[in-house]
Each structure stands twice: as structure tokens, then as C-alpha cells.
Design a binder for this molecule. Structure first.
Ligand code: TXA
Ligand code: MG
Length: 326
């Protein structure tokens, strides 16, 4: 296999325990050799990520998965057949070759086979898997372009492999199998409905801000620096119009503009109401509204089905730090 110059450079850096941001179909990842504690430690440092939050290990193929997991239960195999390579991560019991730092000391490892062609090639060319969280500072919105990564982590990482804008736009769906039963730990690029079509009814583990035992389920996450308020419908937006000048209000809407707000302050996720397109535009939309002249962001929830569930999850978590639910 002949590698482009960019891929050769990425490969060489990773082989030298450096950090490389990689494109995946979901979001950009901040990658390092998953078998090297020294390399993985740099990920936590660059992201300012607490070490109790474990990382996803990316591999090229199912054959490679078997090198790193002890057990591949039947429902996991069924999901792998349908959704790998793709935006699905599975939590499986780990082999000891995976360092404890990657899994935060858990005896399970999160595994994913990404389908972005550049990263597929890169993984096939390496003789180790890649640990990669989303390539954003801990707690901020995930990056869906190489520019997003450079803006925030540029000075802290060795290289960004540019694979264009991410096709899916939200992170992978995470499924675990505690005591053999499937659980969705994080909604993402594969809908709950699609998963249930393959393995039947699945429970969802709710978010927690206080239980780091449920890793990555911290409820305040994906937050822009300006307060983001969830609105259930256009009507609900009205009450904000008296509190701020309309020029200082930004909106993230599903299909239609709010007539009262200047259009340049508004992001429409999908004029045709397509969930996939909405997911693609979500994080770039939040980022673009996170700018100096805008004081608050109003974000409309989508219908709670298919990818709408995962999109609503991200919107709620982008909002939660600025609201008091207690
Ligand atoms: O789409 C994605 O999943 C992207 C791309 C880069 O692959 N990655 C990503 O990684 O979103 P990150 O680190 O931002 O989110 C991974 C989540 C974290 O919430 C972490 O707590 C959870 O996966 N996780 C990792 N290992 C786990 C484990 N053994 N048990 C439970 N959750 C785990
Ligand atoms: Mg993340």
C-alpha cells in the first residue's frame, strides 16, 4: 500500500509517541499509540482531561479487535457485523496489553473501527492501535474540521491530518454489555432504533454529573463559552426577546429561522428537516455562535427520535452548566 506524504508523516510521528489529530467519520480524534503509556499520557495533558475518563481504542479490523479483547459476546458480534466500520463504539473486556491509563483502570476497553478512508489507511499501516478522544479541550464542543482542531489545540499537538469535514458530525454511539446485557452509554451516530433492529430492546444509561464510575457521562459537556438555553419550540424563544437586544441573541434552530432575530445570528441545522444533515452541522453551528457579539444562544430541540435523540443529548449537555436544575 502506497501512503501519501501526509499519511507517512502521521505514521512516523505516531511511531515516535507523538500526538496526531485524525479525521474520523464522527469527529476529529486526538490520537496516540494506545499501547504506549508515555504517548497516551500526552493526550490527557493536551486535552486537560482527567485521567478517570477512559479513551476509545481505534483499530482497522475485527481481526485486530480480537488482539485486544478477551471476550466478544454474541450481541456485540451482531452489532459489529452491521455497523463496523462506522460510528459505533463497544465496551468489551480488555486484554492486559492495553495499558491501565487508557481504560482508567477499568477491566473493559472501548473499541471502535472508524470508516474514514484516511484513518482506515493509517490504522492499517500501523502495528499498534490508536487511543483517541475527540480532539477538543476537555468539556468543549467536539471538532468536525481540521481547522477546529488547529484553533484550539494547534500549539499542543504535533500534526493534524486533514480529512475534510466529518460526514456524521456527532460522536459514536457507545454500547456496553454489563453482565451480558446491552446498554447504550452514549447516544451518537448510530440511532437507538438502528441498534434495536439488530439486537432487540436496549436500555440507556442516564447521565450523571457526580458519578465518574459512569465514564464520560458527565452531564456538563460540549459547552460553548456563552450560556446556551434550550427551547422546546419557537414559542418558547419569545420570552428571551425581552431580556436581550435581538442583535445579541444567537439561535440554533432545526428547520426554520426565528423571524425576530437577524438571520446572520441564526444557524439552521437542516432546512429540509433531515436528522443526518442536522448532526453534520451541529457542532460547527454551536462553534460559530460562540462569538463576541452574541451573549446568549437559544437552541431548539429536535423531535426525540432517530439521530434527533443524540442531537438533543448534545444540546442539553451544552446547556446544562448554565442552568440550575436543583
Ligand atoms: O466518535 C467518537 O467516539 C470519537 C472519535 C474520535 O472516535 N471519540 C470520542 O472520544 O468521542 P471521547 O473520549 O470524547 O469519548 C469517549 C467516551 C468517554 O465518554 C469515555 O468515558 C467513554 O467513551 N469510555 C471509554 N472507555 C470506556 C469504558 N471502558 N467504559 C465506559 N465508558 C468508556
Ligand atoms: Mg469528547
Amino acid at each position: 500500500m502506497k501512503l501519501s506524504e501526509e499519511l507517512l508523516l502521521a505514521k512516523k510521528l505516531l511511531e515516535n509517541n507523538k500526538l496526531v489529530a485524525i479525521p474520523t467519520e464522527t469527529v476529529y480524534g486526538l490520537a496516540a499509540n494506545a499501547l504506549s503509556t508515555e504517548a497516551v499520557a500526552k493526550i490527557f495533558q493536551a486535552k486537560n482531561r482527567p485521567t478517570f475518563d477512559p479513551l476509545i481504542v481505534h483499530v482497522a479490523s475485527i481481526e485486530q479487535v480480537n488482539r485486544y479483547v478477551e471476550d466478544f459476546p454474541a450481541p456485540a458480534q451482531a452489532l459489529a457485523e452491521v455497523f463496523w466500520a462506522g460510528p459505533l463504539t463497544m465496551i468489551l473486556s480488555k486484554k492486559s496489553i492495553i495499558p491501565d491509563l487508557v481504560t482508567a483502570g477499568l477491566d473493559t476497553v472501548a473499541i471502535r473501527i472508524p470508516r474514514h478512508p484516511l484513518t482506515q489507511k493509517l490504522l492499517q499501516s500501523l502495528d499498534f492501535p490508536l487511543a483517541a478522544p475527540s480532539a477538543n479541550p476537555f468539556g468543549y464542543v467536539s471538532p468536525t474540521t481540521a481547522q477546529h482542531v488547529k484553533q484550539q489545540l494547534g500549539g499542543k499537538i504535533d500534526y493534524v491530518l486533514d480529512g475534510g469535514a466529518c460526514e456524521v458530525g456527532i460522536e459514536s454511539t457507545i454500547v456496553g454489555f454489563p453482565e451480558g446485557k446491552p446498554f447504550v452509554y452514549r447516544l451518537g451516530g448510530i440511532s437507538l432504533e438502528a441498534i434495536e433492529r439488530v439486537i432487540g430492546k436496549v436500555n440507556i444509561q442516564s447521565h450523571s454529573s457526580s458519578n465518574p464510575q459512569a465514564p464520560g457521562m458527565l452531564s456538563s459537556h460540549y459547552a460553548p463559552s456563552k450560556p446556551l438555553y434550550v427551547i422546546k419550540n419557537q414559542q418558547e424563544a419569545k420570552k428571551w426577546l425581552h431580556k436581550y437586544p435581538v442583535s445579541q441573541i444567537g439561535t440554533l434552530m432545526f428547520k426554520e429561522y426565528l423571524p425576530e432575530i437577524p438571520v446572520q445570528n441564526q444557524i439552521i441545522l437542516s432546512t429540509k428537516g433531515d436528522f443526518g444533515e442536522a448532526a453534520q452541522h451541529l457542532f460547527a453551528g454551536i462553534r460559530s455562535l460562540d462569538r463576541p457579539n452574541i451573549e446568549i444562544i437559544l437552541a431548539e430541540l429536535l423531535p426525540e427520535k432517530n439521530l434527533g435523540r443524540a442531537i438533543n443529548d448534545r444540546i442539553r449537555r451544552a446547556a446544562v452548566v448554565h442552568q440550575s436544575f436543583d
